[in-house]
Design a binder for this molecule. Structure first.
Ligand code: FAD
Ligand code: MG
Length: 582
């Protein structure tokens, strides 16, 4: 489909449906208040390794101050906990704007919020320790940490903290797939420092290329920027770099600007493959028009200090090209500490920590994990099918009718979200229709299912199970969900509100975590953005860029950062981006 017509059609679709914009405005507003600040309260200093004060309070240790940890901290309201937060970063970083920091559209300082700003606004005890957790000891309920600060004696202070509840939110690291030379020679785009380093490297490449002694060949090499990975981050970075070069840098370095080349390498057949095909097609066409050299089906096999080698997936042919800077963005891998913890608790051969639907780490008592370092191991309905049957079959007759089933229907749908997805796929109204189908389209009243028919009816439901993506949206929702559980721990102890336990008596204490997807953006440069909204709504173009501005501004973590980012955007519109090396 032609990109231009598609853009028009898509943006028209967006305008024709005010409900979408309403939904987004609602989403924007509702998410704006991720932080609500109250009056400042100084925090006490507590010696490492011991909690002071009220020992009856349950001790909660939070590892990480990223999306999941910060969202947990902000939503935690119950003063009956003694909270310690451990993270090597004493700030929260708004990662979706990191690509904008790589070219100076937004300043690094504008997208971070000091964690102590958040902590001091709590009206109960929260301590922050700038340290890295080195080991979790699940048996003795203790975490071992190392301060990021050097002590007077040289070396770093080590200490341990005991917990009653542990919240693991340490995120993930960049994945190199063990490709030789990547760690030594490539830039990652994960932390604020990475973005700042990338910006400096781009400017350095231009300055070096402008020196009189540099040969033509060397100039070409220096100005060849390679992005590896055609996911949302790689694509957005390539687009931002292109805008930076075209809109700002080329005017300042007129003698070298014709040598600039941006290459995007992707091992798969297409970029943005988690998005709708129309968005992929639009992005690929746009990159082609912009002169970004998009090489799909190319896998990087080696990187040296000045050359990057790729293998063509189709022919197996390898090729090496000189480069000035490589940015590596091929997804996430497991942090060593999480790997070590998984081995300790018997979760071997896994990529991330497995939790249940209540975010409790499987096989552990009182440890929760959320965000990029964890994944929910959704329970299969077929594992519990016999238990569900016998719970529903209250008179133990060996058959179920509709009324029997109505007793458990809501609990089944809540506990096994794949049921709803399956019904949607099969275009069935409700689960009774599913049972009817397997009973030869019987009338409601005459449905009688024995266990074999019941199993048959549900046999394909589990095919609809999906892992949640590793995104800020998921991490933030999990953080506030878990905090709400903590807020109501005692209340729900005696008064459980979750679904029926099928393999036991009573109910689960809480409702399981349920993710709400609000849509996803893919900024493509030149003030154009693509968005995929719930219900497979697609919107691409300049209007979507404005939507992007408003959503991201509202999602920023505090009014301070919101003002800073908006003024950065304004500054960029008026004066362009800054090209100085600092
Ligand atoms: P993180 O946010 O990574 O936080 C992990 C925390 O743990 C950090 O504070 C870290 O310092 C700390 N930590 C690490 N090691 C230790 C240790 N040993 N001990 C204690 N603490 C430790 N998602 C979206 O939904 N939309 C987007 O537009 C989007 N854009 C992105 C753009 C970029 C460039 C990147 C890199 C990511 C983007 N994401 C986006 C993904 C999103 O940032 C992650 O999914 C999200 O950060 C996951 O949250 P988290 O809390 O699990 O991990
Ligand atoms: Mg019966």
């Amino acid at each position: 489909m032609h990109g231009y017509t598609f853009f028009h059609r898509a943006s028209r679709a967006f305008h024709d449906h005010p409900s979408i914009s309403k939904l987004l405005v609602l989403f924007t507003i509702s998410s704006g208040g991720l932080v609500a600040f109250s009056d400042a309260k100084p925090s006490h200093s507590v010696s490492a390794g011991a909690f002071q004060g009220d020992f009856k309070k349950k001790r909660v240790v939070v590892l990480g101050t990223g999306w999941a940890g910060t969202s947990f901290l902000k939503s935690l309201k119950n003063p009956s906990y003694d909270v310690q937060v451990v993270s090597p970063r004493n700030y929260f970083a708004f990662t979706p704007l990191l690509p904008s920091v790589t070219n100076g559209t937004v300043e690094a300082r504008s997208i971070v919020e000091p964690i102590r700003n958040i902590v001091k606004k709590k009206d109960f005890d929260v301590q922050f320790r700038e340290a890295e957790c080195l080991k979790i000891d699940a048996v003795n309920k203790r975490v071992y940490c190392q301060s990021t600060q050097d002590t007077n004696l040289g070396g770093k202070e080590e200490f341990s903290i005991e917990y009653d509840y542990l919240v693991v939110a340490m995120g993930a690291r960049s994945n190199t797939f063990n490709t030789p030379g990547v760690v030594e020679n490539c830039h990652f785009l994960k932390e604020v420092e990475d973005a700042q380093r990338i910006r400096r490297t781009v400017i350095d490449c231009f300055e070096r290329a402008s020196l009189p002694s540099v040969s033509e060949e060397e100039r070409k090499r220096l100005l060849h920027f390679v992005v590896v990975g055609g996911g949302p981050t790689g694509v957005e970075f390539a687009a931002e770099l292109h805008d930076f070069v075209v809109e700002d840098i080329s005017h300042l370095y007129p003698t070298v600007k014709d040598h600039v080349k941006i290459t995007l390498l992707e091992a798969g057949d297409h970029i943005l493959n988690m998005f709708d095909k129309r968005i992929t097609a639009f992005a690929e066409e746009k990159f082609q028009r912009d002169g970004i050299d998009l090489k799909t089906g190319s896998m990087v096999v080696k990187v040296t200090d000045n050359e990057i080698s790729t293998k063509l997936m189709k022919t197996g042919e390898t090729q090496s090209v000189p480069y000035g800077m490589v940015v590596w963005s091929t997804g996430i891998g497991t942090r060593p500490i999480i790997m070590d913890f998984m081995n300790q608790i018997g979760q071997t051969n896994r990529r991330v920590l497995a939790t249940d639907e209540w975010l409790r780490v499987e096989g552990c008592d009182s440890i929760y994990a959320l965000g990029d370092c964890a994944t929910i191991n959704q329970r299969k309905i077929m594992e519990d099918v016999a238990a569900i049957f016998s719970k529903a079959d209250k008179n133990q007759s060996g058959t179920l009718n509709v009324n029997d089933f109505k007793y458990v229907i809501n609990d089944v749908c809540e506990r096994y979200p794949q049921v709803e997805l399956y019904l949607k796929k099969k275009q069935l109204k409700n689960i009774v229709d599913l049972l009817k189908n397997s009973n030869g389209n019987a009338q409601n009243e005459s449905i009688k299912l024995d266990i074999e028919r019941f199993k048959l009816a549900l046999s394909e439901v589990d095919s609809q199970m999906k892992n949640l993506p590793a995104t800020a949206q998921v991490a933030a929702q999990q953080g506030s969900y878990l905090a709400n559980c903590f807020n109501r721990m005692e209340e729900c102890e005696n008064n459980p509100e979750g679904p029926l336990r099928f393999r036991g008596a009573g109910r689960h204490r809480f409702h399981p975590f349920r993710y709400k997807h609000f849509g996803q953006f893919a900024p493509l440069g030149g003030e154009q953005t693509a968005a995929q909204l719930p219900g497979d709504w697609i919107s691409i173009g300049h209007s979507t860029q404005w939507l992007w501005y408003s959503v991201y501004a509202s999602k920023l973590v505090s009014w301070r950062t919101r003002m800073l980012v908006i003024s950065d955007w304004g500054r960029r519109f008026v004066f362009g981006r800054d090209s100085s090396r600092i």
